[in-house]
Design a protein around this ligand. Sequence first.
Ligand SMILES: [Zn+2]
Length: 358
Amino acid sequence: MQNALSIGGACKHTAAAEDFGGEMKRADRLNVARAMAVGLAGLAWANTMAVAAPASPSPAADPPTNPLWSEQKVRNYLPDMSWPEVEDLLKRTDMVIIPVGSLEEHGLHGPIGTDFLNGTEQAKLIAQKTDVLVAPILMPGNSPYHMGFPGTITLSAETIEKVYFEAVQSLIKHGFRRFLLLNAHGGNAATTRFIVDRINQETPGVAVELGEAAGPFMSGAYKAAVAKGAKEFPEPRVFDRHSGVGETSDSLYLIPNLVNMKAARTAKMTLPPHLQAMLPQVIAKDRTANLVFLAEALKAKETGKHTSTREMSDTGVWGVADITTASAAQGKVQTETFVDASVQFIEAWKKLRPMGVN
Ligand SMILES: [Zn+2]
């Protein structure tokens, strides 16, 4: 948070400070009115106090509302809505985006909540462009291989699956029918797919994984962004995965004041030698090498594979790209491409299967 003002958080913080100033002026007026109402004795006391302490109370001393609260109400974001607003939304859509996130280390510079927060913010942006509900259910996900770093919380696949499935059953009771699970953490991929399948096999609901659904629209969305003037960011020629340049750029765009770029530095990586030897093929996107590499890499310390993040990286970042090259501009292109592709899929789904079909 030290660098909040230097990385895009300035406007938000300034606005909050101005709000407090305004509120305190109202509070001062109230104090004067109260002093006028207390009678002579009260006035004498008030005057004495005024001489003893001429300064008016500090604006920060007694704010009229929670000084830490700065969130704005976001349209179609379930935690912010009243039930009549949900009832009203149900007349317009039966679709829900459910972010599937994690609470896990994101290197020296990224917040533990990166995946939950980025996934939720992406979902909110999508819902502003196509009228659907956004319902976050859980903050933690499946992250056993990050447990070597303090703060990581990991839940078993069974627990995650059960919680999301029961939450979806609740939403189905209210009339929602279509579910787009937005998985924001690689470690949740198999669990998310299983939840999608359970919804489809066991309930009246219909579900898809949004990353998969948006896939066919991604390159078109990216080309459209570039045609409109978005800067192109070539893929790194070095290994760049967890909390690397791509993900940090997303965070710098989506949750800027939570990223501490002053702490960012390139990780020292120590992969098991046979995995290290595969890296050139992995970077070249050889599918077989990638499959073999990922089957073994990023696994819990207890497996004895020596591929938990603490065993492979001194910072928790899994990659050797220069993180200081991450930028909000790159995050903006990445985010807008995904949002655009997701909206295109949702609009296509609305046409292919109109609301109300049972
Ligand atoms: Zn992440």
